[in-house]
Design a protein around this ligand. Structure first.
Ligand code: BGC
Ligand code: BGC
Length: 606
């Protein structure tokens, strides 16, 4: 008898040990409160938290990149990885269409579900202007253009559709909206912000968050939003990416904080810390701003995620970096490659008493609550019924409308615009006229973006041809002799963070040549500028008759032709002050001396 009892104790212990440590199948505590959707997200969170080991908690705070996990999928179980991301361009291996994304998601998720408790992982991407890593997805204008629409309903609709396309591929979370307030056009991320004023950014932040997250995060067509980058990423000295914002707290709060207030009021579930510093101190270690201001004062109840390897930029060794960032208030750490070291180090810090257990519980509580609210425990896998909507005609129509509304007409001598659709001969030139990659810019298919036919859509040239009458001759890459009207499409090469910083915002040589050759034809001509920020255009304005700032319109170039040929009147208003010269930058509305080429809010119509 005694032996039997001992034997059963042995077996029970053995089974507990096996299911409790490894080889687990996600079934622990089958009848627990946390498994029951009848309970609130808060109740389920508390119940789950009380049952988790330190290892499991640390896993929830860890975010690794898909590229590393492809060959280490079992690490998802071993380290209880709570979140996965795709950095810019980091799609599934091989064919990167929407279905392949969904397959990749489901496969990773199946590993998370086979841990002891089976807490689903949450997958994040930079869907910053549509589901932009995915071939064939609709690509919307970057935020700088959306800011010029002054239309929050439209921005909400753009976010709603982006969420739908993201959700269609299984992905749960976008690192968007970027609610930076770009104050210096040298910054290569200027285009990621809606504009230079806190009012505009706050208005669009609310619209975007509501669009992504919908009324209910558990709706299968919504995703989690992430307002970024907290705080003052757009306020760094000389517009340096990841630089230092040398400003006092009044300016910090007046210019850079309102967007966060608005995002929090709209219910944003996550916020990303900024690589940058405030008065010399890295944001990732700033407890005052991350905890006292953001969480306590503003009452942000979601979780704070770090930026890419950003804790590594804190002073000291890895131990100090982990300690400082977590104690400052980072809840989830984007350690794309170093998740194993992070796991070990964080555990050591907690066991050594350097990070209080309450801090860990607070971080995990914030993350789990969102996961419950999203309904991830009930529906951890991709809802394939949405797949066919990716890049649909209907979505492209909304993007086309966004393009129309984002265009800013800066000049229209002799009312040359709108153009007649039945002109005899239109001559088109310029390196950006027939280039999908250039009109999409950075964060499209690849991280930095690239020139060429990178995804499906309509170029400006395609759009012009689609719009004119069948008898109109449209020439491109020819000398254009005999044309009645010219259209020159100029602009920047694609770029993203880091690479986009520039001290020279002059029009490039190729574009100057294109304009020179147009001038030689002696015909009236229109210039369309495809760029992530205002460039120095004083000369070009003198030469040309009409000038349109088209920003980075994305895949639906048709919206440009709609305005050029008068189907729609231009309504866009500048979201940034347009500088005259480099030395004039930074120039922002409200400056004591304010004399830009075009003021904030400028925009002509017909
Ligand atoms: C960027 C973030 C982005 C993250 C993930 C970072 O380098 O600063 O905006 O969300 O990478 O791709
Ligand atoms: C970016 C990622 C990108 C990676 C490429 C990071 O800084 O944020 O999105 O995939 O660099 O190395």
């Amino acid at each position: 008898m005694k032996n039997t009892i001992l034997l059963s104790i042995f077996f029970i212990t053995a089974i507990f040990f096996i299911t409790g440590c490894n080889g687990e199948e996600g079934t622990a505590y089958p009848d627990a409160i946390f498994r029951n959707p009848e309970y609130s997200a808060e109740e389920r969170t508390e119940d789950l938290l009380s049952k988790m080991s330190l290892d499991e908690k640390i896993g929830q705070m860890t975010q690794a990149e898909n590229s590393v996990l492809f060959d280490n999928k079992n690490d998802i179980r071993k380290y209880y990885i709570g979140s996965i991301l795709s950095g810019g361009g980091a799609g599934p291996r091989g064919q990167a269409n929407a279905k392949a994304w969904a397959d990749m998601y489901d496969e990773f998720q199946s590993y998370a579900l086979r841990t002891r408790i089976g807490v689903p992982m949450i997958y994040g991407v930079d869907a910053v202007h549509g589901h932009n890593n995915v071939k064939g997805a609709v690509i919307f204008p970057h935020n700088i253009g959306l800011g010029c629409t002054r239309n929050p309903e439209l921005v909400g609709e753009v976010a709603r559709i982006t969420a739908l396309e993201v959700a269609a591929t299984g992905i749960d979370w976008t690192f968007a909206p970027c609610i930076a307030v770009p104050r210096n056009e040298r910054w290569g991320r200027t285009y990621e912000g809606f504009g230079e004023t806190p009012e505009l950014v706050a208005m669009m932040a609310e619209a975007a968050v509501k669009g992504f997250q919908g009324a209910n995060l558990s709706d299968p067509e919504t995703i989690l939003a992430c307002a970024k980058h907290f705080l003052a990423d757009g306020g760094t000295m000389s517009g340096k990416d990841q630089g230092n914002a040398l400003i006092d707290e009044t300016e910090l709060r007046e210019i850079h904080l309102p967007g966060y207030l608005s995002a929090i009021n709209a219910g944003v579930g996550s916020i990303m810390a900024s690589f940058s510093s405030w008065n010399g101190n890295k944001m990732h270690g700033n407890k005052y701003l991350l905890t006292d201001v953001l969480k306590t004062e503003l009452g942000f109840s979601g979780f704070v995620v770090s930026d890419w390897q950003a804790i590594n930029q804190l002073p000291g060794g890895f131990d100090a970096q982990v300690r400082e960032s977590i104690n400052a208030g980072i809840d989830m750490v984007m350690v794309p490659h170093d998740y194993r070291e992070f796991f070990k180090q964080l555990k050591k810090e907690v066991e050594g008493g350097k990070i209080p257990m309450e801090r860990i519980d607070d971080a995990v509580r914030r993350i789990l609550k969102i996961k419950f609210q999203m309904g991830l425990f009930e529906n951890p896998l991709t809802d394939r019924s949405l797949l066919s909507s990716v890049g649909s005609k209907e979505h492209r129509e909304v993007a086309r409308d966004a393009v129309r509304q984002s265009l800013v007409l800066l000049q229209n001598k002799n009312r040359i615009l709108p153009l007649a659709k039945n002109l005899k001969h239109i001559h088109v030139t310029g390196k950006s006229a027939d280039n999908m990659g250039r009109q999409c810019g950075g964060w499209t298919i690849t991280w930095q973006g690239e020139s060429g036919r990178i995804t499906a859509g309509t170029t400006v040239l395609d759009a012009i041809k689609n719009t004119v009458s069948p008898d109109t001759k449209v020439t491109y890459s020819s000398d254009g002799k005999g044309a009645d009207i010219g259209i020159v499409v100029i602009g920047e090469e694609p770029y993203a963070e880091g690479k986009g910083d520039s001290n020279d915002l002059d029009i490039d040589e190729k574009d100057k040549t294109a304009i020179e050759s147009m001038k030689k034809l002696g015909i009236p001509f229109v210039v369309i500028l495809i760029s992530g920020r205002p460039l120095l255009i004083q000369e070009v304005l003198k030469d040309s008759d009409a000038f349109i700032a088209a920003w980075l319109p994305g895949s639906e170039g048709q919206g440009i032709a709609d305005v050029l040929f008068g189907d729609y009147k231009p309504t866009g208003k500048l979201s940034l002050s347009w500088p005259k010269t480099m030395i004039q930058i930074p120039v922002n509305v409200g400056d004591p001396v304010y004399d830009p080429l075009f003021e904030y809010g400028f925009g002509l119509t017909y």
